[in-house]
Write a protein that binds this ligand. Structure first.
Ligand code: DGL
Length: 278
């Protein structure tokens, strides 16, 4: 590892964060990125608060040790359950000059602007829903524009993506069921947040089961990328340490061959990964 390598770290429990990484690379092509997928321990969505925090902190420390000064938790579950503790408790002790950001706040700001009637729907993992992070943050940051937030946990969706079952009859059964439950609880939802970075891969099926094609779907990749550009422009002290050779490197805690195969599908190009142990 070169002393002059300071990529932006991008972390997810598995492959889902690649939907965010892809937008980062497209909108910030000059920057170096280092992706870490904890594929060996995915999914995080069904794990307890303490375990998600412990795993996420290990990943952040690993990315710091590999030169990152800025790490994006491209995982809603990690953002919901670990981000605040890491920012407030750990960073001041382990790395006061480094930063860790999440994906929830940018998504909330975007959804609050998009909704016309103030009815927001959230599809997310069990962990993100149980944390109540979205309703709490929407209440705090929407400037009174959000009247109601309705959440639906979709515990089968991450395994569907991780196991490449996208578009199968079995996958669509669960997608339809969860969407129907969400809209049964609030038929007036006009803005639907896909609060898990894996879900954009299921977008065709999701669209198919919406009760109304006018519902605005909030996908996080582009939104989080725009928010990162804005952050870097407001924080030159962080931006100036990020190296800009346009490289993208990949780390996984699982088998390299499998990761490379799946990552290629996400990134539309061959990817070389390295296996690490957290
Ligand atoms: N991509 C993660 C998220 O955004 C998936 C969580 C999981 O591993 O269950 O929540």
């Amino acid at each position: 590892m070169s002393a002059d390598y300071h990529p932006i770290g991008v972390f997810d429990s598995g492959y889902g964060g690649l939907t965010v990484l892809k937008e980062f690379v497209s909108q910030l092509p000059d920057y170096d990125f280092l992706y870490l997928g904890d594929n060996a321990r995915t999914p995080y969505g069904t794990r307890s608060f303490d375990v998600v925090y412990e795993y996420t902190l290990q990943a952040v420390k690993e990315l710091f040790a590999r030169g990152c000064h800025l790490v994006i938790l491209a995982c809603n579950t990690a953002s919901a359950k670990a981000l605040r503790s890491i920012q407030q408790r750990d960073l001041p002790v382990i790395a006061p000059d480094k930063r860790v950001l999440g994906v929830i706040r940018p998504s909330i700001e975007y959804a609050s602007k998009k909704t016309k009637n103030g009815h927001i729907g959230l599809l997310a993992t069990l962990g993100t829903v149980a944390s109540n992070s979205y309703p709490i943050e929407l209440e705090k940051w929407s400037g009174g524009r959000v009247a109601r937030t309705t959440q639906q946990a979709c515990p089968m969706w991450v395994p569907i993506v991780e196991n490449n079952e996208i578009g199968t009859v079995g996958a669509d059964y669960f997608i339809q069921k969860d969407i129907e439950r969400l809209f049964k609880n609030d038929r007036d939802i006009d803005t639907l947040i896909l609060g898990c970075t894996h879900y954009p891969l299921l977008i065709d099926s999701i669209r198919q089961y919406l009760p109304n094609p006018e519902v605005e779907i909030v996908e996080q990749g582009k939104i989080v990328a725009s928010s990162l550009i804005d952050y870097l422009s407001r924080h030159p002290e962080i931006d100036s340490v990020c190296t800009k050779q346009g490289t993208v490197n990949y780390l996984t805690t699982e088998q390299v061959e499998l990761f490379e195969l799946r990552a290629r599908q996400f990134m539309d190009q061959h990817v070389n990964a390295q296996k690490i142990h957290l």
